[in-house]
Ligand binder design. Sequence first.
Ligand code: SAM
Length: 256
Amino acid sequence: MDKIVAKKKFGQNFLKDEHVLRQIIEAMPNTSNSLVEIGPGLGDLTKYLVDVRGLTAFEVDTDLCKHLNERFKTLIKEDKLQLHCGDVLKSWDDNLVDEDYDLVANLPYYIATNIILRALADEKCKNLLVMVQLEVAKKFAANAGEKNFGALGIITQSVGTASIVIDVPPTAFDPAPKVDSAVLLIQKSKSRSDREFEQMLSYAFTQPRKTLLKNLSSHFDKALITKALEEMELPLTYRPHQLTTEGFHQLYKKIT
Ligand code: SAM
């Protein structure tokens, strides 16, 4: 087979550092859920994952699919690996897989946020252990009061817990990306389902440096928000990143 050249348009940065690959396997949540990998690429993480449990993998690039079909011929025959060639976001229009699963992947960065939000909404997805751009990982794992705290952190905390478990430098990849990366662990206790609450979050953070009262007043009754903040004993000057996830849920109940 011809040498495979990384394609930028598919966000291909192959993880080559064996130490990081093993760290990812060690950080996997201890469950008996089946495994899903999005973007197996050359298969270097895949080879460790199939050793752990049965795996379903989704790869968009037809050249890589050919390579993976060849590399894992035996495991595919034995049904230990199911390989789907195509855009994972299209497969997600239906059930991604039929049983409960944990998502473990070095994600394509150009659609990483979208994939994580889809997985948070998918009831079958129980845990995520995903490599993403460090700045994106920080947003999902942020806590109230931190400058990165916004809708992504609140949505995540509404369905479970999130933490950054491994920091990964560009040198771990080939080709090296321009940004630092991190492995993010999200353990879900339920699934994302309340789109109206999320709509309120997007209003709340429209202008992050303005007050929550000002941002929300364009869409909700100002007197009601003022009353709610007073009842919650919060200053009217509160900025959106200062309110906790629980606070956002309380406020939402009071103003809708
Ligand atoms: N897992 C490999 C590794 O760790 O070396 C490759 C990771 S690379 C960052 C992202 C992978 O996702 C690439 O193989 C790319 O072709 C694949 N990919 C990009 N967009 C995709 C999509 N929409 N559906 C499925 N796979 C996709």
